[in-house]
Design a protein around this ligand. Sequence first.
Ligand SMILES: [Zn+2]
Ligand SMILES: [Zn+2]
Length: 337
Amino acid sequence: MGKTYKAVEITKPGTFHLVERSVAAPGEGQVRIRVEVCGVCHSDAGTVEGQLPGVVYPRVPGHEAIGRIEEVGRGVTTWQIGQRIGVGFFGGEDGTCETCRRGDTAYCQNPIITGVTSDGGYAEMMIAEARALALIPDELKSEDAAPLVCAGITTFNALRNAGRAGDTVAIQGIGGLGHLGVQYAKKMGFRTVAIGFGPDKEHLAPKLGAHVYIDAKAEDAGAALQRLGGADVILATAPSGAAIASLLPGLSVRGKLVVVGVSGDPIPVSGVPLIFGGRSVIGSLTGRAIETQDTLDFSVLTDVRPMIETLPLEKAEEAYRRMMAGDARFRMVLTMA
Ligand SMILES: [Zn+2]
Ligand SMILES: [Zn+2]
């Protein structure tokens, strides 16, 4: 191993730089990871475009990192050198805020966020908190595991927390999140409805496991869901507040609209369907490291895999731009030499 490693830094909003960095030792409670691959996620825009407050540049983005532990810091007793692990968006709770004190660490109010408050996986090496690691099952290739530690857990956790076997569950958007959401919904035993915008994903929907496809461009998706008896759960993945709101009339009584895709525009919600039917609109944010491990194990058990395209680390900017333009089918993954 050399004394330096390659990393892609964002030096200021919108500017990518490939740099050589010196290898550092992990601190207490941390591990150093030899990164094998890192997925490119829409949330990387928070760092790349400076959308999140308080990003300090230069910063290495990337929160779908998979690699092997190369060195463990003081106090790390449950992880060993050589283990293959993943690090997602949630980089570690502070353990002291009120939310943490109530045991809801996934919603820590002062979390470490990989690639935002700490350097992430657009690099041959990174340092992470041991408490943020998820073990990668041997059956999963690193390239396939990468999107599962963010897009995977995001959809998996939202669905398993919102629905019960037999429910009618609609996934809005067949993209980076939605193509996983449809697979998980089917494998969890839901009557699975895929909602796309246009006919181009119609052939793909049944291959992913959807029982029904609704083209929201050709018809009113809310009305189409009501013809199916109403959706117990709608997972909204497409980044459009207006499109998300248009689905509300498709919910059954007590139905839940779960938002996991951040939209630039607000979600305009009418109170009437919420009140007359006890319907709700809720959000869901990734999850804890042990839940990421659940996601990975479930994916092996039920044969869920992401659809990916790979590019070398040096082409991080190209991968990012393709993802942002919606050209990726469906997740971009950076590979290290
Ligand atoms: Zn992500
Ligand atoms: Zn906390």
